[in-house]
Design a protein around this ligand. Structure first.
Ligand SMILES: Cc1ncc(C[n+]2csc(CCOP(=O)(O)OP(=O)(O)O)c2C)c(N)n1
Ligand code: SF4
Length: 251
């Protein structure tokens, strides 16, 4: 019988612990499919961060390092510089990348570190119970903004791709989501481009995936996907913010 669906080789045979409706699992699969297609699993080192995806080191069947507290880009820098022929990626949430890890992120990008960054923006701190993240939307109710995020007190959400696209060392800054088959396919292409950039030594690539956290948003999986579509995509428009391979360089 023809095989129509199977687990990517780059994923271990370990069940995910993610909540129902959480998009971490979809993105894990896309990264694994890309590693399989590029034939680089045996030479890849992933860097897990803090947050729900800390356990990604159990799921990706390549070498993994865990870098707490936003230091994933710094650890990835060291790995890539000492192992230039290996493929190095980080997998980071918005609390990790855009709060405690923002300095490392900006400096790795501006140095043009030749790494691939998978950035999961679910507008909240998932693992620790739903506190406000730098990416939480204006008015969004979280554990630490029970009356909604007041931008006059808590500031405005950070648009990471727009910010990093201004830096010379950034090769690719693209925002995608995984709310439909069409968008899953676009997301996979972007992730593949991010890894191909690294193989071709083009510099820092970031793929931001607008994601769900049904558990901490207090919504069902279906409601969460609709909330993402109705609220997040307006503040975080999908698209390519910088692509050095595009005609004319930047966009
Ligand atoms: C310096 C520091 N502050 C706080 C924490 C606690 N902490 C662990 S995970 C996390 C939230 C991570 O959220 P995010 O990166 O958005 O990932 P998610 O769980 O939503 O996937 C926090 C605050 C920590 N580990 N270190
Ligand atoms: S708490 Fe949120 S981010 Fe974490 S696994 Fe559950 S749905 Fe996903």
């Amino acid at each position: 019988m023809a095989v129509v669906f199977e687990r990517p080789k780059a994923l271990s045979d370990v069940p995910f612990h993610y909540c129902p409706g959480c998009t971490h699992g979809i993105v894990h699969r896309l990264v694994a499919e890309v590693l399989d297609e590029l034939g680089v699993v045996g030479q890849t080192v992933g860097v897990a961060s803090v947050g729900c995806s800390v356990f990604s080191y159990n799921y990706f069947d390549c070498d993994m390092v865990q870098a707490p507290h936003g230091r994933a880009p710094a650890v990835a820098t060291g790995l890539k510089r000492s192992l230039p022929d290996n493929v190095i990626f980080t997998y980071q949430g918005d609390g990790d990348l855009a709060a405690i890890g923002m300095a490392e992120t900006v400096h790795a990008a501006t140095r043009g570190e030749n790494i691939t960054v998978i950035f999961i923006n679910n507008a909240i701190y998932g693992m620790t119970g739903g506190q406000m993240a730098p990416t939480s939307l204006p008015g969004q109710v979280t554990q630490t903004t029970p009356y909604g995020r007041d931008t006059s007190v808590a500031g405005h959400p950070i648009r990471v791709c727009e910010l990093l696209s201004t830096l010379s060392g950034t090769a690719l800054a693209q925002r995608v989501t995984v709310d439909s088959v069409k968008n899953v396919n676009i997301a996979k292409k972007a992730i593949k481009k991010g890894f191909e950039n690294q193989i071709n030594k083009r510099g820092y690539s970031i793929i931001e995936v607008v994601s769900t956290c049904p558990t901490n948003w207090g919504l069902s999986p279906q409601e969460a996907m609709k909330w993402l579509q109705d609220n997040m995509l307006e503040y975080y428009p999908l698209g390519v913010y910088k692509d050095v391979t595009a005609e004319g360089g930047n966009k």
